[in-house]
Write a protein that binds this ligand. Structure first.
Ligand SMILES: NC(=O)c1ccc[n+]([C@@H]2O[C@H](COP(=O)([O-])OP(=O)(O)OC[C@H]3O[C@@H](n4cnc5c(N)ncnc54)[C@H](O)[C@@H]3O)[C@@H](O)[C@H]2O)c1
Length: 333
């Protein structure tokens, strides 16, 4: 199977490439990434001389680049996106560009290809918005709160429209919060670990009661592989970890595992439009594709903390005042 992975130098995309490469010779991968700030070559440094892997620097908004690569593969899995909610509050335009125009470009090139390729759009639980009334199913309406979530919701609606209008062989996933190795320091778990390691306070928005569902990135990758192989044309699949936790409780777990006092917690001004809860019903992917997560949250979190402690060389160059900021949505990116 020849796969075009877009955004494969970021957190989830690089874990997905590692996941497929472990399977042996079944897959060959072209990784298209624009090398924006969230990318990191060292995530995949072990593949530099692997004949099954090729890296191309380029942007998914560039039709010529996308056209030439679509000609080389059987399937496209799109991870490429601007991904930090706080940055989308400070400056939304890059989110429209990568997450909407980029997906539109991919879809147009797939539609005009003279072969039938399959396409998986990697989406997020944030597209559904605030889950105050219990877990969302795939049938629930999208109600995004941040410019990031709105751009992702727009993209996945565009994908579904291309299935209905042009018969494109595409499916969409919506996953909850991932944790694991290679996540950029600005996100909650790595930021809390790194700040603790550096002896800094650990900021928490508002009263810390906003809750998220956490899934190990390898479980997400396993689900994506199944959707890529057997997902039904036009289907949306929720992917959940079933580990809902208030942010405050999560940070307390990290501090406890790192043997640091809870007094390091610093409550800071909440960000605008902050959804109280994300929660997904994932019965469909469990029943239809036989997927379920393998990682237990407590041990997965401890392994992740250990990974960051052992890989200071990886995060040191990208851990700075901006990426570790307590209020990134107020910064001028
Ligand atoms: N991390 C999570 O918890 C999570 C949960 C659900 C869904 N997702 C989705 O998974 C995908 C990957 O998320 P992540 O956390 O790995 O993000 P990330 O920020 O770590 O990586 C994104 C990658 O995409 C690349 N990129 C951005 N714009 C591009 C463009 N226009 N052309 C080519 N490459 C571009 C970046 O250079 C980077 O390597 C995103 O679509 C995100 O919405 C992430």
């Amino acid at each position: 199977m020849r796969i075009l992975v877009t955004g494969g130098l970021g957190f989830v995309g690089s874990n997905f490439i590692h996941h497929l490469m472990k399977k042996g010779n079944e897959f060959s991968i072209v990784n298209l990434d624009s090398l924006s700030y969230g990318s990191n070559f060292s995530n995949l440094s072990g593949l530099a001389h692997d004949a099954r892997y090729k890296f191309v620097k380029g942007d998914i908004t560039n039709p010529d680049t996308v056209r030439s690569l679509v000609g080389e593969v059987d399937t496209v899995v799109n991870f490429a996106a601007e991904t930090h909610v706080d940055r989308s509050i400070s400056a939304g335009a890059p989110f429209v560009q990568s997450n909407m125009v980029g997906v539109s470009t991919l879809l147009e090139e797939l539609r005009h290809s003279n072969r039938e390729l399959s396409f998986v759009q990697v989406g997020t639980d944030e597209e559904y918005g605030n889950a105050l009334r219990g877990p969302f199913t795939e049938e629930d309406p999208l109600n995004p709160s941040s410019p990031y979530a709105a751009s992702k919701a727009s993209a996945t609606m565009l994908v579904v429209s291309y299935v209905r209008t042009y018969g494109l062989n595409a499916s969409v996933t919506r996953c909850t919060n991932n944790y694991g190795p290679y996540q950029f320091p600005e996100k909650l778990i790595p930021k809390s670990i790194i700040r603790t390691k550096m002896g800094l306070n650990v900021p928490i928005y508002g009263d810390g009661q906003n809750s998220r569902d956490w899934i190990h990135v390898e479980d997400h990758c396993e689900a994506l592989e199944l959707v890529m192989r057997r997902g039904k044309r036009g289907s949306v699949y929720n992917i959940a970890g079933r580990n809902e936790l208030a942010n405050l409780d999560l940070v307390k777990m990290i501090l406890k595992a790192m043997k640091k006092p809870e007094s390091l917690i610093e409550f800071v001004e909440d960000r605008p439009g902050h959804d109280k809860r994300y929660s997904l019903n994932d019965e469909k992917i469990r029943n239809e594709l036989g997927w379920k997560p393998k990682h237990k949250f407590e041990s997965g979190l401890e392994e992740t903390i250990q990974w960051y402690l052992e890989n200071e060389k990886w995060w040191r160059p990208i851990a700075n005042e901006k990426t570790l900021s307590a209020a990134p949505w107020k910064l001028d990116w």
